[in-house]
Design a protein around this ligand. Sequence first.
Ligand SMILES: Nc1ncnc2c1ncn2[C@@H]1O[C@H](COP(=O)(O)OP(=O)(O)OP(=O)(O)O)[C@@H](O)[C@H]1O
Length: 318
Amino acid sequence: MHAVATHELTRTFGPRRAVGRLTVDVPLGGVVGLLGPNGSGKSTLIRMLLGLVRPTEGDADVLGSSIRHPAQYAERVGALVESPAFVPGLSAHANLLSLARLRGLPRSRVAEVITAVGLSGREREPVRRFSLGMKQRLGIAAALLPDPELLILDEPTNGLDPAGIVEIRALLVRLGQSGRTVIVSSHLMAEIEAACDWLIIVRFGELVFSGPIGELMARTETFVDVEAEHHDDNDTLARVLAVAGWVTELMPDGVRVRAGRDSAAEINRTAMAAGFTLGRVQVVHDSLEHVFLELTGQTDGELAQDRAAGQERTKVVR
Ligand SMILES: Nc1ncnc2c1ncn2[C@@H]1O[C@H](COP(=O)(O)OP(=O)(O)OP(=O)(O)O)[C@@H](O)[C@H]1O
């Protein structure tokens, strides 16, 4: 069984195609990052998985049951799809307790979820005193109340400051280690990449990548950046290295050589043989963020909407 399996899943809103023929299998366990620029269909996909939006075409299974019958799996799935509403004058504990009562869940779950999201010691404070990051964690605590096998979080890092993002990322890692499956969406690779085991990358509602994060990592490139001792020599150094067979690019502060770590010594020797002393030899890895942007394009929601509506537009370069 998969946590989620979609087949040709499609949702249109009038002329706009929010999700188009999406076929993807998400394994059970660990943290799954659902990534794509704003407007690429992440929320629509999540809403379909939760039974909040009906597909126009195609189908999907959540924990083995069709999304046509969400009641069959509703109790096994926890979700945070927008900023949760809590009573600001009440404490985190009191808010969670009333939610637990409403849903008929044992009150012992309240203390458990408070610990799970790292709010122990603060649970008696009124929610109005909480930072945005703490409120998001409280929202995740509420989603965890029924002890779900699958937790779906839509952009939980949105609007958070760097410290809040770090808190959520650490929480995602802990939740992923607890045996459940966590699907978390974001439009920024850097915010969640460190927490993810598996990635689904969408663009204009279509799948551009799905697989273990290591598979995407394998697509990153390595460079050797070198710098001549005297800045004016970098131009000639670039040509010398190119004649020796490397693909080089002149950078403002040196020369970028498209080569792996193994080539660093050989590059150094070639430079020295040509009479250059290198002031810097540095092996640089392309970031996952860069691969993500290459896959998705640096689009904004506006452009995505127009593309989804089938209108062509010139490429936006930021
Ligand atoms: N209820 C709706 N009515 C009309 N259009 C919609 C509706 N919901 C989503 N859309 C459109 O579908 C497309 C995908 O939106 P969606 O919110 O799923 O993307 P997203 O990747 O979650 O983006 P964001 O991060 O900005 O929320 C957009 O063009 C959006 O305007």
